[in-house]
Design a protein around this ligand. Sequence first.
Ligand SMILES: [Zn+2]
Length: 133
Amino acid sequence: MDIEESACLKVGPFGGEDANVTLLHDRFLITRKEHECLTCLDTILPRKRMRARTERDNDDNTLKTFYFCWPCCEAMAADWNNGNFDLSFDRAEIRVARARQREDAWRRQCDEALDAEAGAPVDDISLHCDPCY
Ligand SMILES: [Zn+2]
């Protein structure tokens, strides 16, 4: 593990939330499958090095693994090295922008499906579309 990776792992990615979880693993590894970065929502392609954090949720006894892309890991390492121990503001901004784009795209699909009126999969799409909740 290089210096950047160890600095990245010192940054808590959830901004101090105190959920009832037990940390099981928090480490860098090479992906086998495609994942989505929790911080910026970017796609992490197979065979990329990234941070993977696995927690057990003690309320419902489930395991959850969160993945972080390399640019977000670099941002976390830079934050640590600069004395800022919270989630990188810049990366969080990317997340907000991507989430907004996705919601706009889902809403467009939903509108189109409603316009089509003929057996369109509105139920699937409406899971994501705020106005359809
Ligand atoms: Zn990311």
